[in-house]
Design a protein around this ligand. Structure first.
Ligand SMILES: *Cc1c(COP(=O)(O)O)cnc(C)c1O
Length: 367
């Protein structure tokens, strides 16, 4: 048996007729940017999330960049201000901060959840701190009353990097509606994936929404009138029509992921492998990735590949050790650095069959 890390062809072909029909309609409409499809998708997503405003943008990195840029244009953030961000996040969270001339302040994650540790945030707050960027890594909610209270106490904005956790909930509220503003990615491999790049911002702050809508369209709300030195970051009509079609199936897809995660959690048993916690509140995790830990990662990855099972490491090098961030190379984050040595993501997706899941479980148990 061959098990791809993610079979995107199978993912998208599972709604082939519906997607092809929507694509064909968009193709034939003659309207390809800032049209009905984008409007419809923004409305569908805002309804799904329970958030006032959704703005379709070109990708997830832009969504996060635009949130910060929006706050800069509104005079809420200044260049040189600090934003707290987990040290083990994907680099895009950090790029969004530095691209706007702000400073990332890295905080170690909780090694059990891989997410920000509410209790460790406060010691990193300075008079320059303006926001916490919380990252719902691997699909698990990274938000709780501790985080909310710290933000409130110090008057910090909460920005959600929700690239990996669309559909997850904290006490009945969806990610993307927990903080002040949230960035989404519709990269093809995400739980809601486009046929190319796509992203969105959600926020209940109407002024921020208006600013971002302008910034994403050359800094203009009225054609040829430019309020800001904006950029061009829009969600194509083609992508919006695909996303709007697939959004209907997101909850059922996420349930399928949860069922696989549950099987992995109960049936994988190997002293060389540490499993992620399966949360008591099942809705708080949408299992974008199923990330195990092992001290013998190279051997395990090679063994799985020999058995036809693809795996990926999310992520091998933390942002502070990247060549592009030489200024942070002397910082030390032992928890993050150890995670980078030990994590391994095994296949999980809504199109895996029971037999494929069993095959992965058996392989891991026999290692
Ligand atoms: C995918 C991802 C992004 C960036 O999204 P793109 O659409 O690829 O730009 C940002 N943050 C996290 C945590 C991601 O996983």
């Amino acid at each position: 048996m061959e098990i791809k890390f993610l079979d995107l062809q199978k993912v998208n072909l599972s709604h082939q007729q519906e997607i092809e029909q929507r694509l064909l309609n968009t193709f034939r409409s003659g309207w390809y940017l800032l049209g009905n499809e984008n409007k419809i998708f923004e409305q569908s997503l805002s309804q799904y999330l329970g958030v006032q405003n959704v703005i379709g943008v070109a990708n997830g990195l832009d969504a996060l960049r635009l949130i910060i840029r929006g706050y800069v244009e509104m005079g809420i953030f200044q260049k040189g201000d600090e934003i707290i961000v987990p040290a083990n996040t994907y680099i895009a969270s950090v790029l969004a901060i530095t691209d706007n001339g702000l400073k990332p302040v890295f905080v170690e994650p909780n090694p059990e959840t891989h997410n920000l540790d509410g209790s460790k945030i406060e010691q990193s707050i300075t008079p320059k701190t303006k926001a916490i960027m919380t990252v719902h890594l691997y699909g698990q909610v990274s938000f709780d009353d501790d985080l909310k209270n710290v933000a409130q106490k110090h008057q910090l904005k909460i920005i959600e990097d929700n690239a990996q956790a669309i559909g997850a909930e904290y006490k009945g509220t969806k990610t993307g509606n927990l903080g002040d503003a949230s960035g989404f990615s519709f990269y093809p491999g995400k739980n809601l994936g486009a046929l190319g790049d796509g992203g969105a911002v959600s926020t209940n702050d109407d002024a921020l929404a208006k600013t971002i809508r302008a910034l994403a369209n050359y800094g203009s709300l009225e054609k040829y009138v430019n309020e800001y030195q904006g950029l061009n970051s829009r969600l194509d009509e083609i992508q919006a029509s695909v996303l709007d079609t697939k959004l209907q199936y997101l909850d059922q897809d996420n349930d399928k992921r949860r069922a696989i995660a549950k099987r992995y959690s109960t049936e994988i048993s190997n002293s060389k492998i540490e499993l992620p916690q399966f949360p008591k509140d099942e809705k708080s995790h949408v299992w974008h990735l199923f990330v195990i830990k092992t001290k013998v990662r190279k051997e395990l990855q090679d063994y799985l590949l020999e058995n036809g099972i693809q795996t990926i490491i999310h992520y091998p090098i933390p942002p502070h050790q990247q060549v592009c961030y030489k200024e942070y190379q002397d910082l030390q984050f032992p928890i993050t650095e150890q995670l980078c040595q030990e994590v391994l993501s095994i296949p999980i997706s809504q199109v895996m069959t029971d037999e494929e899941v069993s095959f992965v479980i058996n392989a891991l148990n026999q290692f």
